[in-house]
Design a protein around this ligand. Structure first.
Ligand code: SF4
Length: 425
């Protein structure tokens, strides 16, 4: 289903704006992907600037131009939802393309171009992080790396055959060189001015040295159309967090960028959440988040991983968001996005009735006051449809239990107490 009024010029039934405009760059592994759900690809060591137009990415675009899904199941996440009539991330993206500036400029000259300039960049620098979430791994978290060194390898990480996934740590000997090439790439042909969205992701941006490097870059290369987004676990003491707020307030007051957007990661409120996001101090999270809500000139959001481990606590977060939004203007509402975990704790490995009541309750808690709310609600309904007919995958459930038992030994936690609903499944 395609909306013929959409601004994105490619109107086939599988065309996705992410595939043309968006790239993630993972410096710790020297890889890239055009969509969070797509396979990570190695960036050629001698040709960093080709990262957005690698042959595999261009082939995916070719497939979409023909109305086909990319090869290698790389868009299975959206296909799965669309196959059951749901509203996918791809469809949501198309509705959000309401600004011509976010479309790669080459598409205005030739709507079938597959070699294009990105308008959305997401960067992952080193894996330095102060938490070790259960669905994460050493690729994104140095805490995970430390734990594995201390207690030895875990079966989960050994078994998974995903060369550049979250399950492995990486040694990229070209790290500094590629970082240098990256800033050069943005300067060349004034690409930094074409960019509309620059997102800094984990490790944890509040603890990596590159946060200052990024802020300095945009201080020196102003772009009045740029949204600088940062995804953070909000684990920072008052001194560190206040210092960060001062720096970003200065950047926006001086109009060096269009806006700064801070997205706090949280999937629920309660003990299951503290188990899953290991290291989280929920009171500190809420304190820092409420400081963000009071800071002028920044936009605030929350991103939730939808995991079987925390879904039962997701409604409490939705209720809290309703409370926070109560006195906010429609344009300042908290943007709430979510991404279903598809690795180890996906909801679809359980019988649909395990989560049915919670999922239905959540549907009522997605309040729609603006376009972003509408898109989130529709995506939630699409997600609900996609897990509607799920049945217990005993093998995967047992693997999950085994993994949690192994974690408990290392962390002195107790999954059976935290997730009593899982014990007898
Ligand atoms: S998985 Fe979905 S959002 Fe990602 S590139 Fe494919 S169609 Fe687009």
């Amino acid at each position: 289903m395609t909306d013929k009024k959409q601004l994105f010029p490619i109107k086939t039934n599988t065309a996705c704006a992410w595939k043309w405009g968006y790239s993630s760059v993972y410096f710790s592994s020297g890889t890239t992907s055009s969509c969070t759900y797509a396979k990570k690809l190695k960036i050629p060591e001698n040709n960093f600037s080709s990262f957005h137009n690698l042959p595999e990415k261009m082939d995916d675009r070719q497939q979409m131009l023909k109305g086909l899904w990319p090869k290698n199941n790389s868009c299975n996440y959206c296909k799965r939802i669309e196959d059951v009539g749901g509203f996918s991330e791809r469809m949501s993206q198309l509705t959000r393309q309401n600004d011509m500036n976010v479309i790669s400029p080459e598409l205005f000259v030739d709507a079938s171009a597959v070699e294009v300039t990105p308008t959305f960049l997401e960067v992952y620098f080193s894996n330095t992080c102060n938490m070790s979430c259960v669905y994460c791994g050493p690729h994104y978290s140095s805490k995970w790396e430390e734990e594995l060194k201390l207690y030895g390898p875990m079966e989960r990480f050994e078994k998974i055959d995903d060369q550049y996934g979250t399950q492995r740590s990486h040694e990229n000997k070209f790290y500094d060189h590629q970082k240098e090439q990256f800033w050069k790439y943005l300067e060349e042909n004034n690409r930094f001015k074409i960019l509309r969205w620059f997102s800094l992701a984990g490790g944890e941006p509040l603890v990596i040295p590159e946060l200052e490097e990024c802020l300095d870059f945009w201080d020196d290369h102003p772009n009045e159309n740029l949204t600088f987004q940062m995804n953070t676990n909000l684990k920072a003491n008052d001194y560190r967090f206040d210092k960060f707020l001062c720096r970003i307030e200065k950047l926006t007051k001086q109009k060096k960028i269009y806006q700064f957007k801070v997205i706090g990661s949280l999937d629920g409120i309660g003990p299951q959440q503290e188990y899953a996001r290991y290291g989280l101090d929920i009171k500190q999270w809420i304190r820092n988040f409420e400081k963000l809500l009071k800071t002028q000139n920044i936009s605030v959001g929350i991103n939730s991983a939808i995991s079987a481990l925390t879904l039962h606590e997701f409604p409490f977060l939705l209720e809290k968001i309703i409370e926070w939004n109560k006195d906010r203007r429609i344009i300042d509402r908290i943007v709430h996005s979510f991404s279903p975990d598809t690795s180890l704790t996906p909801v679809y490995i359980f019988n649909a009735d395990v989560f049915k009541d919670t999922i239905d309750r959540c549907k009522k808690l997605f309040i729609v006051k603006n376009r972003a709310d509408d898109s989130s609600k529709k995506r939630w309904e699409g997600f609900a449809l996609s897990v509607n007919n799920s049945t217990n995958d005993i093998k995967k459930i047992n693997e999950l239990k085994k993994y949690l038992s192994e974690l408990d030994k290392r962390r002195n936690t107790d999954w059976k107490k935290t997730f009593p609903w899982l014990v007898n499944l």
